[in-house]
Design a protein around this ligand. Sequence first.
Ligand SMILES: Nc1ncnc2c1ncn2[C@@H]1O[C@H](COP(=O)(O)OP(=O)(O)OP(=O)(O)O)[C@@H](O)[C@H]1O
Ligand SMILES: [Mg+2]
Length: 286
Amino acid sequence: MFTGKGGVGKTTCSAATALHYAAGGRTLAISTDATPSLSHIFEIDGERPAALPPRLCITEIGGAEIREMWDRKFGREVYEVFSSFVDIDYDSFVEFMTSILPGLGEEFMVDYIRELSRENGYENIVWDTAPLGQTLGLLETPAMLGEHLKMAPRIYSRLKVGRYTREPVLDILRRWERISAEDMAFLRDGVDFSLVTVPEALSVAQLKGTFRELDKYGLAVRRIIINNVVRETDSQFLRTRARQQAPYLEHIRAAYSHLEIVELPMFPQEVKGPERLRAVENYLFA
Ligand SMILES: Nc1ncnc2c1ncn2[C@@H]1O[C@H](COP(=O)(O)OP(=O)(O)OP(=O)(O)O)[C@@H](O)[C@H]1O
Ligand SMILES: [Mg+2]
């Protein structure tokens, strides 16, 4: 999973990493950003560029897919129970459920990726996420849902559920609780976190907080990617940038020396299309 502040290069690094792994086995590049750009960066515009390895699968999931998953996994079952005592049509019900439990969508994204990793025979899944704030929400949700569910039996057992006994509701809640715990465990044990940053004040200032947040859930970052590093140059303009970056680079190298740190240079062009992604791959996997 590639995480980091907006615009630092998460999608670029995800795409290059997926290209790399696809040379070795079936690989999925997946984006859970509501405004995804994976297909854009791979230059898939209706047609798939011939330069993309055949073992690379690319997918972007948004609101519609989440909704579909919910339907498949829980929706009908929960609706059956609730509609026995509340007169509500199915669409309004789903809307209601996702509004009272904010983050339900995020929970399902984690669950969805876990399912993909279990059942679809991918050697690797490379996960491109939305900017940090939303992603932290995503990590928080399984934990939050777990908390909510601890209270749930007390709340729901007081409900009169018409011709149904309350058992099915409690069963469903218990099942959610279990899934929530499994999603958390998956994030902990099945996911490698790469944190992408740039050598600038704002990004560097946020690093500490990010580590603290992840740590709260027992999640460890394995690797920091410092993107847009300016190398020696004969341009006065870029020399000034390089000088400005120097203390931030030093700070990251010193403060996170226990982690793998990869530096990715600022390229003269934007990174788009298989060929330029290969150049990024070469740095990430030097
Ligand atoms: N090392 C680099 N050199 C030059 N351009 C870069 C580099 N890394 C990224 N870019 C460019 O910066 C832009 C933002 O990169 P990218 O989309 O990967 O960021 P992101 O973190 O995924 O953004 P978002 O938070 O919006 O999802 C893109 O146009 C990309 O081509
Ligand atoms: Mg992105």
